[in-house]
Write a protein that binds this ligand. Structure first.
Ligand code: PBG
Length: 300
């Protein structure tokens, strides 16, 4: 395992002057633009060469318009990173609506409150183009709408961004492990709802292979499995199935559990984090998104 196996996730808060700690994600902050650049530089110096950006907009609305604004928070952050680091750091942008909608769903909702797959795809295309214009190397659609990779790929190609890649969240389970992330991006799903209509059922593993095959056929350049440690079997199966890189997302809940138990003195957090990263690697992941990335590379 080496530092280049990792993608470091970053949260950027629109308009922030100072970074803000996230209570449930110890050591992780909602960044201002200047604290972001400072942290990305440390990351780069530690040998990590890739980051993924999540935005927290100043305002949320029904359509999630902050997600595709030219001067949106992710677009601005991406431009800033590209200005400072050029092509030395690979910039991925999470492509989704949930951080930007006032109802907290990953897609547009119709009058009955159901997420409407196909009208959401049109917005995903707009987000992709605005992120590509801002200079991201990869877009990473995480909303789990059917046909999202194809829609995004064709929109990018038609706008002259054929060199911008797609990291597809191909396998994403409706997991209880995303709790701290939702604190990090200030998302609450309206009416105590969930994402079981578009994320996967953890009782089903074969569906994952179908999702991966579809995303590859739609033009994905890399596929992701998420969460990681709870789905090592799936990572291993996906590794067998595809030739393109497989990415695993060690998610917020996986990170927070280790930090919490470690703070109580019940486990050695550094040792467990390293053990889990190797487990993910052993299962077949080429790349790992982890909140541990920056702190773990010093022990490799
Ligand atoms: C959706 C998204 C989520 C995560 C990444 N992208 C949350 C969700 O599906 O509710 C979770 C990542 C984590 O828990 O670290 N935009």
């Amino acid at each position: 395992m080496s530092p280049t196996d990792f993608i470091m996730p970053y949260f950027v808060l629109e308009g922030a002057k100072e970074p803000k700690e996230i209570a449930s994600l110890e050591g992780v902050s909602q960044h201002s633009l200047s604290s972001l650049i400072k942290d990305v530089r440390e990351c780069y110096e530690s040998g990590i060469k890739a980051v993924i950006i999540f935005g927290i907009p100043a305002n949320k609305d029904l359509m999630g318009s902050g997600a595709y604004a030219r001067d949106g928070v992710v677009q601005t952050a991406a431009r800033e990173i590209r200005d400072h680091f050029g092509d030395d750091i690979v910039v991925f942008a999470d492509l989704c609506l949930d951080e930007y909608t006032d109802h907290g769903h990953c897609g547009l909702i119709d009058q009955s409150g159901r997420v409407d797959n196909d009208s959401t795809l049109e917005l995903y295309q707009k987000i992709a183009i605005s992120q590509a214009e801002a200079g991201v190397h990869f877009v990473a659609p995480s909303g789990m709408m059917d046909g999202q990779v194809k829609a995004i790929r064709s929109a990018l190609d038609e706008s002259g961004f054929d060199e911008v890649g797609v990291l597809a969240y191909a396998v994403k389970y409706a997991s209880g492990l995303y709790g701290p992330f939702r604190d990090a991006v200030n998302v609450q799903i309206v009416g105590g709802g969930d994402r079981k209509g578009y994320q996967q059922d953890f009782r089903n593993s074969r569906e994952s292979l179908r999702e991966v095959r579809l995303d590859v056929s739609e033009g994905a350049d890399m596929v992701m499995v998420k969460p990681a440690v709870t789905y090592l079997d799936v990572i291993a199966q996906v590794r067998e199935l595809v030739e393109i890189p497989v990415c695993a997302y060690h998610v917020s809940g996986e990170y927070a559990m280790i930090k919490a138990a470690s703070n109580l003195g019940w486990i050695d957090g550094d040792a467990v984090a390293l053990e889990q990263m190797y487990a993910i690697k052993r299962a077949g992941a080429d790349v790992i998104i982890s909140y541990f990335a920056k702190e773990i590379v010093s022990s490799l």
